[in-house]
Design a protein around this ligand. Structure first.
Ligand code: NDP
Length: 282
């Protein structure tokens, strides 16, 4: 079992998932399996034949893997992406635990109850889809999606409009005046872009960071992105993407094994793996 995706050079999922299986003394080897797209069908065929719990799925296969599965749960069908495959008596079932991971991290790590809050979401890619579903289900008052390619933000909003109930949803173009207006009155900013993976880059100029808002960056490596460094200096509360990553993994573990995930053990293993990676980079 393990994680399939590409590239996987910097993944820390094997470290914290293995820690969970070892905690219970379960016989399982969780490994990163970097696949070319052409290898995906055969990998899934082999998985069907194996006596395995299943696998996690990451970019770029969260959507393309769906046609190879026997079924998927309603949440992953809503999001349109699968990050967990469970082998159930030879049948492969898809789940999405990113939604739960995002929400649990928000509530448990930041103590932030999103109900009735005004949120600005930067980004409209794969991760943003799970974030939108989570935020709508939590009952945010408003959700503004700001994306570099605006049409992608608009498509994202349209896709989930029916789920919005009382939430006011909109998409804005990626320019400073739109950003400034949206940020002025918001309670939380979520960065679901990949801006911040490289040193020094941030999706927001420091002057636009709302000091009273929670700044939630989905990036976990580096643990303190430029956005989070700037946000702290502005006095904002911050949350990085590590708890979301660990909580989505914990939810996968629980679906596979039926056992309560040892979240503290998993979090510590994830932190150690990140620290090791940072040391190796120096
Ligand atoms: P995608 O490739 O699907 O989406 C990338 C997003 O970043 C798009 O909205 C894209 O905008 C935007 N973007 C990329 N480059 C730029 C740029 N130069 N300027 C402005 N916007 C840019 O990736 P994912 O959605 O899968 O991942 C997004 C981030 O979330 C990543 O950093 C990833 O590490 C993190 N993540 C964290 C998880 C966790 O558990 N903590 C889980 C999943 C993801 P456009 O549409 O215009 O191209």
């Amino acid at each position: 079992m393990g994680l399939i995706g590409n590239p996987l050079k910097h993944t820390i999922s094997p470290a914290f998932q293995q820690a969970a299986f070892d905690y219970y003394g379960l016989e399982a080897q969780y490994q990163a399996v970097e696949l070319a797209a052409s290898e995906l069908p055969n990998f899934i065929k082999d998985l069907r034949a194996k006596d395995a719990y299943g696998v996690n799925v990451t970019i770029p296969y969260k959507e393309t893997v769906i046609p190879f599965l026997d079924s998927m749960d309603s949440l992953s069908a809503t999001v349109g992406a699968v990050n967990t495959i469970v082998s159930e008596s030879g049948k492969l079932v898809g789940y999405n635990t990113d939604v739960q991971g995002f929400g649990r991290a928000l509530l448990e790590e930041a103590g932030f109850d999103a109900a009735g809050k005004r949120v600005v979401l930067l980004g409209a890619g794969g991760a943003a889809k799970a974030v939108v579903v989570a935020l709508l289900d939590m009952g945010v008052a408003s959700l503004v999606v700001v994306n570099r390619h605006n049409e992608r933000g608009e498509t994202l909003i349209r896709r989930f409009e029916n789920r919005a109930k009382a939430t006011v949803v909109s998409a804005l173009p990626w320019d400073l005046s739109s950003l400034a207006e949206a940020l002025r009155e918001c309670d939380m900013v979520v960065n679901a872009t990949s801006l911040g993976l490289k040193t020094g880059e941030s999706p927001l100029p420091k002057g636009l960071i709302p000091s009273k808002a929670l700044i939630y960056d989905l990036i976990y490596n580096p643990p303190a992105t430029q956005l989070l460094v700037d946000a702290k200096e502005c006095g904002s509360k911050t949350l990085n993407g590590l708890p979301m990553l660990v909580y989505q993994g914990a939810a996968s573990f629980e679906i596979w094994t039926g056992k309560k995930a040892p979240v503290d053990v998993m979090m510590r293993a994830a932190e150690v793996a990140l620290e090791k990676m940072a040391r190796e980079r120096v």
